[in-house]
Design a protein around this ligand. Sequence first.
Ligand SMILES: Cc1ncc(COP(=O)(O)O)c(C=O)c1O
Length: 386
Amino acid sequence: MRALADDLIDLEARDLLRVRRLVGGLQGPEVELDGRQVLCFASNNYLGLAADPEVIEASMAALRDGGASAGASPLISGHMAAHDVLEREIADWLGCEAALVFGSGYHANIGAIAALAGHDDAVFSDSLNHASLIDGCRLARATVRIYDHRDLDDLEEKLHATPARRRLIVSDSVFSMDGDIAPLEGLVELAARHDAWLMFDEAHAMGIFGDDGGGLVAARGLNHGVHVRMGTLGKALGSYGAFVAGSRVLIELLVNRARSYVFSTGLPPAVIGAALAAVRIARQSSDRRDQLWRNARRLHGGLSASGLRLGPLDSTIVPVILGESKTALGVAHRALAEGLWAPAIRPPTVPPGTARLRLTPIATHDDEQIDRAVRILAHAAGEEGV
Ligand SMILES: Cc1ncc(COP(=O)(O)O)c(C=O)c1O
């Protein structure tokens, strides 16, 4: 075990050691962190539904009705009435024939990609795709071609140069660490022209884009050009788990072949109950979504006005790119000391030299909290010489 300790020392020396923070109480605009109340701009609980009384009540009712566990994997006895209702609701929401609930977004991505592409096939993946898509590509045992971030010309070149039985293009729709958006229309067009399947990871788009929160693909009217849509239930939808939605044939194939679905216990009813309530709230009311966007604009505008260099606000994720891990850690530590939790994101989560603070406003932040976060961060960055 000495070698493991050396690995940790090495990570620390390179400012790459991770430690967990202890959150007490509910996930909200402020949280109790290691026993202290701080502003939280660190969570993907975008709509604030993780602490919503209606969602919590629905979860408790599902627990009472269905018990504490699904008891087995879905193909044995773990596919319960609650799962079926949730899958139908999601399919209806997205205007798809069917949906399949997975244990998490990570499970969904590795399961779906490896089920759709095999030995003689090729997967084309954006260079800044989420780790779960990358790992799905690794598991697929297909030829994997990484194209430059959002670069349709590079993708087209690689499509031309890569003969394969089947071709699958995979991309985040909203990129998790930059908050920028994939060239959705261009990808749909390329996929159609090159006879490829197209999969979008909508983890940071569900609940946030579209009049009914149905994600970017739906908001842009691209349902028919996208073969596989994945979304998570643990971010804007305030619960846990994920889904893949698409045609009935796709879902039946995944039920048979997605190993992370077949060989993993179904989500417990309490989680499904919370997710169902959250999906219904996100679909039916735009109040939280509108407030989230107002908050993101206020945060982005405030930080820009304070002199920090930011990219455009394409989604509700606000990254402040600082460069070296040491700088990002320094600013994050100072901000936290002043009561703002905005975690430093470092390699390998982001490319070397692009360490950043990733701020995520949520719908339940108020103006005072956002303005306080701006003041703290501007001060912390100034103190760190940014
Ligand atoms: C783009 C993206 N895809 C997939 C995931 C994985 O989802 P989950 O946390 O449900 O495993 C995440 C975040 O964790 C993500 O940001």
